[in-house]
Unconditional design. Structure first.
Length: 322
């Protein structure tokens, strides 16, 4: 019986294959013709002239893209208790990943601990990050985290601006590019025009992990603390509260938070204090907050030591200081 059913199935498959192979052939031919068309289009003088025409804008985009990668690469800590190599992993190597990675992956700092510590870390995350990962409530650390916040927020804004600018450039050449290419070859078009890939993931945010695994390995608990923009804002406030409690000078200066960044931009009329470029002329311009006298040279986070700079001027200034 089984044998007969098997035979029938095989016969049916043969019949089907026989009936649809011309379809495969047609599909294959269509595919080959399309690939050839694509190949010759990107070699055509028409395409090359479009590419040349928008070359400066694309270079500007790519510069901004590299600038964002640099911002994301801000190093984490200056002042940290050394507990040995068990608990700390530098987030830096993750930051160099240019390709798209899922948002759930973050640069981790893992701390293996008892179940109690893991449970408590969930209730008072910042408290435990400081205590077990050796982040002392010092001026240096506060500044380091303010700096990270300032740079990461600029990076997040920059990613959006960059994406919008890219869309704008692509829209501007819309009528010159054949519909088929625009519809079915979008990624390749961007690549052939010279756009570098934008990494939109937030995987560069530092993540602190408290994890407990029982000796038998059957039970385990996790507590993940991702230092995203919101948590960084709150952590800056948390650290400053701790320092203020110790009666330090930190209480007498402003804190670099998202709110202050916004205030400074507003005060400066959303324009670069150096070159005058503003979001009124360039809607997708990335504006950053700069310490006029750098923190490394004793400059404080006070409103009169802060200014709005466009990313280009800020990048130039940063290069000069180093
Ligand atoms: Zn400028």
């Amino acid at each position: 019986m089984q044998f007969i059913v098997g035979l029938i199935i095989i016969a049916l498959l043969m019949y089907l294959l026989n009936a649809i192979w011309p379809l495969f052939l047609v599909l294959f031919i269509v595919f080959a013709v399309w690939k050839a068309y694509e190949f010759f289009y990107y070699k055509s003088s028409k395409f090359l002239s479009i590419k040349q025409r928008i070359d400066t804008y694309i270079n500007d985009c790519n510069d901004l893209n590299r600038h964002i990668e640099d911002l994301k690469d801000t190093s984490l800590l200056a002042d940290r208790t050394d507990y040995g190599d068990a608990s700390y992993r530098d987030s830096r190597k993750w930051n160099y990943q240019r390709k798209h990675i899922k948002d759930q992956k973050y640069a981790p700092n893992v701390y293996n601990c008892s179940r109690t510590v893991c449970d408590n870390a969930r209730k008072k995350p910042f408290e435990y990050v400081c205590k077990y990962l050796g982040i002392k409530a010092t001026e240096e650390n506060l500044s380091a985290f303010e700096n990270i916040l300032n740079n990461f927020e600029a990076a997040e804004e920059g990613k959006k601006n960059l994406q919008a600018e890219k869309e704008k450039i692509l829209n501007s050449i819309q009528t010159d590019v054949p519909v088929l290419i625009r519809k079915f070859s979008k990624k390749k078009l961007e690549q052939k025009l010279g756009f570098e890939q934008i990494d939109m993931s937030t995987a560069y945010f530092p993540k602190y992990v408290f994890q407990y695994t029982s000796s038998g390995g059957n039970a385990s608990t996790h507590c993940d603390i991702v230092m995203d923009i919101d948590n960084l804002n709150r952590f800056v406030l948390f650290l400053s509260e701790k320092i203020k409690f110790k009666k330090s000078v930190a209480g007498q200066r402003a804190l670099m938070t998202s709110k202050l960044r916004q205030q400074i931009k507003e005060r400066d009329g959303y324009a670069c204090k150096q070159c005058g470029a503003s979001v009124h002329q360039e809607p997708n311009l990335l504006l950053e907050i700069d310490h006029i006298i750098p923190v490394s040279k004793g400059g404080l986070t006070t409103e009169d030591n802060l200014q709005t700079l466009c990313w280009r001027c800020n990048r130039k200034k940063g290069a000069k200081i180093q």
